[in-house]
Design a binder for this molecule. Structure first.
Ligand SMILES: [Fe+2]
Length: 375
């Protein structure tokens, strides 16, 4: 068996109503809290007020930073740092999807280290950060259990990674009640992000027996639950929250591979939602690997109860069709004339491509993008 190290740093408080535990959990870690959230969802849904009340009841002083945009920029992290610095915060609470949680991780790092974020990006590892409590409101990124923050360098049109154990949230409050008002599109997109995480972590060269366990369980649950979750079924949404967390644990060990590496272009150049980008590319990458008879893909399919790899890929394609994920990149506004730029951009994400189970040449990546353009 492949040797591995597995360390899960996060205390997971899972279940409906677990938000009520936020105050007591947070109070163990600090008393002056920077609450990091997005620009509209938390306020509009009323969750922001609820969370502030819960934290104040436990005696915490709160500073709200509600300016995190989707695909948060490094500049936004600096703005959040300034807010937390002025009020001398000693704890960061993130309320939102992956964007809010990732921005919170960057802010927690700056508040503790006062370092330059640009000089601390991966492959460097950060050595310190304020304690973080994550409250996910989507069922996708798994950022509540990972040691990564994905941040956008707007000027360079690049997704950068901040990496290190101190970025792993100390506590994750996973309360499916917070998913009740999540739109159909966001359940679909974040759900496909989670599905990509689970499959890519399984395929990754850095997968381990234990990360496989989390990957396969996540794939199983997502394929069973995503359609009902998109339609609004409460139990299915809770299943998706659970599965996205499992997939987060899997990528925390094994990372992501070509689907993510190839999808960043779509987000950085066309503003495509990260999960939608992965959802469109996933079947095309898997079809390409089926042709190469990738043994890990066949292995995943068998262990999931499919007769062969084709069975698994067809099931993913069916779920994508039902939930409204387009087949073609053209539907996302991408033009064939961009192909050269797309290939060069994907190749620049060595951190993903190097983990891909079988080397992908520039010709291979071009071929996958071409097929994805064709639909
Ligand atoms: Fe992702």
């Amino acid at each position: 068996m492949k040797p591995f190290i597995f360390h899960l740093r996060t205390r997971i408080v899972f279940g409906r109503g677990s938000l009520n535990r936020l105050g007591s959990e947070a109070a163990k870690l600090g008393d002056r809290c920077l609450l990091v959230t997005g620009r509209s969802f938390a306020r509009r849904s009323g969750y922001l007020n609820t969370v502030v009340e819960i934290l104040e009841e436990s005696g915490l002083k709160i500073t709200v930073f509600d300016k995190v945009e989707p695909n948060p920029s490094i500049e936004t992290v600096y703005k959040g740092f300034e807010e937390g610095w002025e009020t001398n915060c000693n704890l960061v609470v993130a309320l939102g999807g992956g964007s809010a949680i990732d921005a919170a991780k960057g802010i927690a790092f700056l508040l503790k280290s006062r370092a330059r974020l640009e000089e601390s990006l991966a492959p460097n590892e950060v050595g310190e950060a304020l304690p973080i409590v994550a409250v996910p409101t989507t069922c996708g990124t798994g950022s509540e259990v990972t040691r990564y923050a994905v941040l956008t360098s707007v000027g360079r049109r690049r997704k950068e990674v901040l990496l290190g154990d101190p970025l792993t949230p100390s506590v994750a409050i996973a309360d499916a009640n917070l998913l009740n008002s999540l739109s159909r599109e966001l359940v679909t997109y974040t759900g496909f992000d989670a599905l990509s995480h689970a499959i890519e972590a399984f395929l990754s060269k850095e997968s381990t027996p234990l990360s496989d366990f989390f990957s396969l369980e996540a794939v199983q649950i997502i394929l069973r639950s995503i359609v009902e979750a998109v339609e609004g079924a409460a139990e299915a949404r809770e299943n998706m929250l659970y599965a996205s967390m499992l997939a987060g644990i899997a990528i925390n060990c094994a990372g992501t591979v070509a689907v993510h590496g190839m999808g960043y272009y779509l987000t950085n150049y066309h503003g495509v939602h990260h999960g939608l980008a992965n959802g469109v590319l996933l079947p095309h990458v898997l079809r390409f690997e089926l042709q190469r008879s990738l043994s890990r893909l066949e292995d995943a399919a068998m262990r999931l109860g499919f007769e062969n790899g084709i069975g698994l890929v067809e099931k993913i394609e069916k779920v994508a069709r039902i939930t409204g994920i387009p087949r073609s990149l053209v539907d996302l506004g991408v033009k064939p004339s961009e192909l050269d730029t797309m290939v060069a951009d994907a190749l620049s994400y060595a951190r993903n491509l190097d983990k891909h189970p079988c080397p992908l040449s520039s010709h291979d990546i071009r071929e996958i993008y071409l097929r994805a353009l064709g639909g």
